[in-house]
Design a protein around this ligand. Sequence first.
Ligand SMILES: Nc1ccn([C@@H]2O[C@H](COP(=O)(O)OP(=O)(O)O)[C@@H](O)[C@H]2O)c(=O)n1
Length: 385
Amino acid sequence: TYYNHHIYNRYRALNHHANMDNQLPPEVPVAKEEVAPRPVNFSRTFYGIMFDAGSTGTRIHIYKFIQKDPVELPVLDNEMYHAVKPGLSAYADMPAMGGETIRQLLKVAKKTIPKEQWIQTPVVLKATAGLRLLPQEKAKALLDEVKEIFDDSPFFVPNNSVTIMNGTNEGVLAWVTVNFLTGHLYAKTKRTVGILDLGGGSTQITFLPRLKKTVLTAPEDYIARINMFNSTFELYTHSYLGNGLIAARLATLGALGADGLDWKVFRSSCLPKKFREDWSFGGLTYKVSGIPDGFAGYKLCYQEVLRVVKGIVHQPFEVKGSSIFYAFSYYYDRAVESGLIDGSRGGTVEVRDFKKRAKEGKTLDVLPFSKEHSGQSPAAHIAQT
Ligand SMILES: Nc1ccn([C@@H]2O[C@H](COP(=O)(O)OP(=O)(O)O)[C@@H](O)[C@H]2O)c(=O)n1
């Protein structure tokens, strides 16, 4: 299929031309150069297990590959996806219970993968913002717990199979994925698309600058150099930790990192006046409410949010033009929820459309964890204006 064809090419491109400085999982299969005559009826099936440990949920992806010919690269045949909520970071003070969620997901892997394949099937977990936001020792306890469960499992556990992925890699890999899938990834490519990823704990922006000025004026650690197709690409990329949708909402309420969570109620004019709820994130529960005797609405809310992002967000001049960005995760969820795009087909929006909807206040979305869509979903393309 079209999809398989692209996956096939992706591995070819990355294995033969790319040097991502070990940013890519080492277990991507590489076809060996063969000179011997091909065996008749050669066909090999193998699997890989990938855990995405996000701040709002843990997901397992079980990939099935088929290699029909030893000189050809394997082709992705199938993907099995399963998700649980909340994420690992919700178990910051009870790592054993966090580990239990991993054990449950491994049961799905055991059901999906034939027994004789278990021992050679690699299992890897990459954690994102949820664990980055935790104190180091709590994050480590969770990772150690997961590693133990992996070691007890019948699957193959490669070195460093349980880690926190850093924000730069998260942004760069999302850019590579989206540009590969949209057909923009080839030697000397100029017309690439940018990515905007809004998670629960962090948000990433990555694009290939067209102007030298963008690279020269960006903070030094916002530029990532990756080698592909025998040349170096200088990408603008940054992950804003604490500015994912849920973390930023809590920051707006003045709740993120605050003490007295047992008795304090965090109020905001972004919430309806009579609103009152308990929100859980990162293993803590926050009492939140609107301002009953005050005001709610766009203008005041905007001021509150501005206080959170002011001085933090770097705005490269270049994206003010007509750049194309693919926005996903909570950008997609919120765009669907507010009726800006179709839930199954995705769509194109401009930043100002979000602003317009927010002003209309038609979908006063106050649920921190609204429905998560499953597996692959179409992106909302954002044309910046
Ligand atoms: N396979 C997946 C998993 C999550 N997501 C989205 O990612 C968002 C949650 O991000 P997250 O829990 O991974 O948080 P971070 O750790 O990335 O900050 C939700 O909008 C999910 O719908 C997705 O689009 N595709």
